[in-house]
Design a protein around this ligand. Sequence first.
Ligand code: ATP
Ligand code: MG
Length: 357
Amino acid sequence: MKTYRIASIPGDGIGIEVIAAGLRVLEALVERDGGFRLDVKTFDWGSERYKRTGALMPEDGAEQLRDFDAIFFGAVGAPDVPDHLTLWGLRLAICQPLDQYANVRPTRILPGIESPLRGVGPGELDWVIVRENSEGEYAGQGGRSHRGLPGEVATEVSIFTRIGVERIMRHAFVLARSRPRKLLTVVTKSNAQRYGMVMWDEIAREVSRDFPDVTWDKMLVDAMTVRMTLNPSSLDTIVATNLHADILSDLAAALAGSIGIAPTANLNPERRTPSMFEPIHGSAFDITGKGIANPVATFWSASMLLEHVGERDAARRLMDAIEKVTADPDLHTPDLGGDATTERVTEAVIAAIRSRN
Ligand code: ATP
Ligand code: MG
């Protein structure tokens, strides 16, 4: 029987609650399927560890993860630890050395979920956002001088490499081609940013020649927010830089109903290293400990994880169970306007997994 080694990193806040729920759901799938096993190892990395030891994870943390088949990640961040420390000290400290350069975020309106967009229902908003995850505006290059003085200067340098842009573009075209509409929108800001963004446009054109069956167009990021809001059905696969896609995917999550539903995968598409699956939301300390975190984003991430390791049937079964549960308003958590608890939603998803059909 196939056994997949899964590294679980619950992290902080509601990350711990939703990963616990996610692992229960995965266990139920293993039981139901009977054809594979999961060997889960949990890592207590995060802000508590930082407060105890001065580091969110051990120095060789990324190396410790290298032999796993996939990583299941919750959220990181705590009110009393600066955000840039938690981001660079854990998430990026994993994504960068493991070269998870493609951040993929499926976004669609699940059954029973209401979009804040009037008249837009399931089927009319069905996107995959591909975010460049290794360079760009978050390359960590720059500096500060004359700290605190009137002449203080800070630079934040974006890095775009031909290799980096080409590989994300290629991944986006491959993904677009695998979807029924074969439609790709390349987002840049090449009117205002004359170097990196113009190179993005050029590389998009070059790569597109290898994908004659994919229809593609270009959008400026500002106009893109308007199109996403006013004409969501005109979009399918979307590719953008690290910063642009970061912002667009939060907008996308909100338009699809709630940040508590949106999943993401940090992929190394060549599978040279393990990929990491997580809800897009953060540690949400405002609701931590209340038992009301929406676990759906984590369940959907778990489905992506199963798909990635090759367990298609289990991935599909989980997605069906999620959709059965979101279709019932009685099973909506408060972020969706309901009063269900994390526990109740989890039990309902497990029951749907166990049911015959
Ligand atoms: P971080 O810095 O870790 O990203 P944040 O506070 O900036 O944290 P989130 O943690 O994503 O951002 O939370 C944003 C808002 O969305 C909060 O009000 C939070 O309660 C809500 N929220 C986030 N995730 C969920 C969820 N799974 N279920 C319900 N509400 C959620
Ligand atoms: Mg946040």
